[in-house]
Write a protein that binds this ligand. Structure first.
Ligand SMILES: [Zn+2]
Length: 164
C-alpha cells in the first residue's frame, strides 16, 4: 500500500494539486463495511483529487474531491447494490489545534501538519459518508412486499451518496 503523506500547509500555500486512484482494498476499515465478494473482484478504485489554495478563503485551504462506486449490502433484500460516491470537502488549515476552534458545521478545520496522512483522511471521510442502512430505491426485490417502508433518511439528508 502506498502511503500519502503531505505537508498540508505547504501544499495549500504552493497551490499544489494531486490526483490518484486508490484500490478499495487499501482502505482496510472501509473494505470491512462493503460487500466485496467473488463477483466484484474487478472493483473500480477510489479516485481523489486534492487541490491546495490560499486565495479563495483568504486562508490556506485544501479542497478534496473523492469519487467512486462502492458495493454495499442492501439492508432490505440483502443483495449487493452499488452506491455512487461523489464527495467534496473544503478544509481550512490552522496552526491552532482543531479542537480549540469554534465548532462550526460549515467549516472543516485541519491542523497544520508537515506529515498529514491523506490516505487516512480519505478513509475517514468515506466512512462518515457511508449510508447507515443502504437500501435499493427502486429495484429492490423485497420492495413490493414492504411498500410502506421509507427510503433511507441518511441518503436524503446528506444528499451526497446516491444509490443506484
Ligand atoms: Zn434491496
Amino acid at each position: 500500500m502506498k502511503l500519502l503523506i503531505i505537508n498540508n500547509l505547504e501544499f495549500a500555500q504552493k497551490q499544489q494539486k494531486l490526483s490518484d486512484l486508490f484500490e478499495i482494498y487499501s482502505f482496510k476499515r472501509l473494505a470491512e463495511t462493503l460487500s466485496i465478494g467473488d463477483k466484484n473482484t474487478h472493483l473500480a478504485g477510489i479516485r481523489f483529487e486534492l487541490t491546495g489554495d490560499y486565495k479563495r478563503f483568504r486562508h490556506p485551504s485544501l479542497h478534496l474531491h473523492i469519487s467512486s462506486t462502492l458495493p454495499v449490502t442492501c439492508q432490505r433484500c440483502l443483495d449487493e447494490m452499488l452506491i455512487n460516491v461523489d464527495l467534496n470537502f473544503d478544509y481550512l488549515i490552522s496552526n491552532v489545534v482543531a479542537s480549540e476552534l469554534d465548532e462550526n458545521d460549515e467549516i472543516d478545520w485541519l491542523e497544520a501538519s508537515p506529515n498529514m496522512d491523506l490516505h487516512e483522511l480519505i478513509e475517514d471521510e468515506l466512512l462518515l459518508a457511508m449510508p447507515f442502512a443502504p437500501m435499493h430505491e427502486k429495484s429492490c426485490s423485497k420492495l413490493n412486499m414492504q411498500s410502506g417502508e421509507k427510503p433511507n433518511p441518511f441518503a436524503i439528508l446528506k444528499g451526497k451518496v446516491k444509490s443506484t
